[in-house]
Design a protein around this ligand. Structure first.
Ligand SMILES: [Zn+2]
Length: 172
């Protein structure tokens, strides 16, 4: 897939944005074909060199960019030549979705299997055993705790789990 097609995908845009943040996004969203130096990128995009380097390093840590170093024989200066490797984005995204799915399934089970109590004043939630330990009174303000429904939360999680399973072709 060409970089341009990848970058039109809103899911991929969001993924990159979460990785590099708003200041790094101009770097992440404009991957050149072939090698480029950090100075060239900074100049082309009108960005601070440090912001460019930070974004490149994040991409590198996530296997989305690599570099090789060249030493100038006269000055001894090192130049970093960067290559964007966005062909790994779909794979990374998929791994991320599997992680999210695992976390959601775990959380959904926790929510489904526990009873919760709430202090309306402090908006603090307690598990049943915690609520019982403090005599169903908020340890912060002393207000009585009220039983809290989490059916909507559980339903929303199940919907999201179903969607993820469908996207990943996982059978429940
Ligand atoms: Zn309270």
């Amino acid at each position: 897939m060409a970089f341009e097609d990848l970058l039109e995908d809103p899911v991929i845009q969001k993924y990159l944005h979460e990785l590099v943040g708003p200041t790094g996004m101009p770097v992440a969203a404009a991957p050149p074909d072939g090698e480029v130096t950090d100075e060239e990128l900074a100049q082309e995009l009108g960005l601070e060199l440090n912001d460019v380097r930070r974004a490149l390093f994040i991409l590198y840590e996530n296997d989305l960019a690599s570099y090789r170093r060249l030493r100038d024989e006269d000055s001894g200066w090192l130049t970093y030549l960067w290559t964007f490797e966005y062909e790994k984005i779909p794979e990374n995204l998929q791994e991320e979705m599997y992680r999210l799915l695992d976390a959601l399934e775990e959380r959904e089970e926790y929510e489904r299997l526990h009873e919760f109590y709430l202090c309306d004043i402090c908006s603090i939630r307690f598990e049943f055993s915690e609520a019982m330990d403090c005599g169903f009174e908020c340890p912060e303000c002393g207000s009585p705790l009220s039983s809290m429904e989490n059916d909507h939360l559980v339903e929303a999680m199940i919907t999201r789990i179903d969607e993820l399973q469908a996207e990943l072709n996982v059978n429940p």
